[in-house]
Design a protein around this ligand. Structure first.
Ligand code: MLT
Length: 399
């Protein structure tokens, strides 16, 4: 009889957003007439930009003609897109070589897939609360996880504790779920800590395009030394509405090196390339052309307009929190608003309460770790009308 990976027994029964969807669908079945507004999963609602759709059409036409048809593409991504991504990095303050860029189907897959490259006996440092993928994928591999506490006291931005050793460190900034964003000095401290420990930082920058404050870093590579210790994951999901289209990119610098037990030098970039060429056949050509268009001047204008719409929703939600005197983080430089559950409720109780009484769906903080138990996340990704209506209903909970 095949023996399954017993580590799966250590996981919660279902993935956070599957559990939320399950509860909402039970509620809808029992209350078919209730109109439910979803501010739960961070799924975008605005359509792709015009120039992006045009690029997709043109690429689809190419695929329909013998002279321009393309079969397997490079597993690392087409040169045209890697070049466009390198150009984007230049704009946000970092020099990245094209062969350090790997086009992916999104940050979620790659933050999980990267665990293939690390030995199972590494100690992994993960913030709590945090995007559940980091914890779940390392649990699947049976790695020792050490948590670092995020709380209102440290603005949900845990900093390195020199008395703790880590080999792998996950950071997400702007953070999912708390919306908190590390500044340059804080990231410098993390890079120093990683270099001191010979650790690798796995930096999730999926929400970098929501940063409006020019002083905040949009990539970890604007920090000196980061190229020796940090892998960065980014995605067009939230930046350009690609949650259903699927395209992201992972930066694996050539300077990240390690020694094998028998003293041979190993390059993380080469290992990732080896992994990808074995397990991945690349992102569809049509999607990569669409992604290339996101980085064009027109595409950038379209993405900025989308971000502005979502940030207006974030403002509406934050304003409601301010009016009601509820403690929260995020809402600026981030599409998430992370607030303390009212009425002394824990987060799943508040989830049920808000769904029942207001017909509004959010994400319970407990799904992001034990420190989220009394906190709750709303997203700014619905449309303005629904966000206004959701906040009207939210206020009524307090009457
Ligand atoms: C979220 O709601 O946390 C995100 O949509 C999840 C994701 O990007 O996978």
């Amino acid at each position: 009889m095949a023996r399954f990976n017993e580590r799966f027994l250590d996981l919660k029964e279902s993935y956070l957003f599957s559990e939320v969807a399950k509860r909402v669908s039970v509620f809808k079945e029992n209350n078919p007439d209730r109109d439910v507004i979803r501010l739960g999963i961070g799924d975008v609602t605005l359509p792709l930009g015009k120039s992006v759709v045009q690029a997709m059409h043109a690429a689809a036409d190419e695929m329909g003609k013998a002279e321009t048809f393309r079969g397997y593409g490079p597993e690392q991504g087409y040169d045209f897109l890697r070049k466009a991504v390198a150009g984007h990095y230049k704009e946000i303050g970092a020099d990245i070589d094209e062969d350090e860029i790997f086009v992916s189907d999104g940050a979620k897959s790659d933050t999980g897939n990267i665990t293939d490259l690390f030995s199972a006996d590494n100690t992994v440092l993960i913030p709590d609360p945090v995007y559940p993928v980091y914890v779940d994928t390392n649990t699947m591999n049976g790695r020792n996880i050490v948590y670092m506490d995020g709380s209102a006291e440290n603005d949900f931005l845990p900093m390195p504790d020199r008395s703790v050793h880590a080999d792998i460190i996950y950071l997400c900034s702007p953070n999912n779920p708390t919306g908190a964003c590390y500044n340059k000095q804080q990231l410098e401290e993390w890079v120093d800590y990683a270099l001191e420990n010979g650790a690798v930082i796995l930096f999730d920058s999926a929400y970098e395009s929501f940063i409006s404050d020019d002083d905040l870093p949009r990539t970890i590579y604007c920090i000196e030394g980061a190229k020796k210790c940090a892998v960065e994951f980014c995605s067009l999901s939230k930046t350009a509405g690609f949650t259903g289209t699927r395209c992201g990119y992972t930066i694996v610098p050539k300077a990240i090196k390690s020694l094998s037990p028998d003293g041979r030098e190993m390059s993380l970039n080469k290992m990732w390339n080896r992994r990808q060429t074995t397990k991945f056949n690349g992102v569809p050509y049509v999607v990569q052309r669409a992604a290339e268009a996101v980085f064009s001047p027109e595409g950038q204008k379209e993405s900025k307009a989308m971000t502005a719409c979502y940030m207006e929703n974030a403002r509406i939600i934050s304003e409601t929190m301010n009016e009601l005197g509820i403690r929260y983080t995020g809402g600026v430089n981030s599409p998430y608003i992370w607030f303390e559950c009212p009425f002394g409720m824990d987060s799943w109780t508040f989830f049920d309460h808000m769904l029942e009484k207001a017909g509004v769906v959010g994400t319970p903080g407990a799904g992001f770790g034990k420190n989220g138990d009394r906190w709750f996340r709303l997203t700014a990704f619905n449309n303005k009308e629904n966000t206004i209506e959701a906040m009207k209903r939210f206020r009524k909970l307090f009457e």
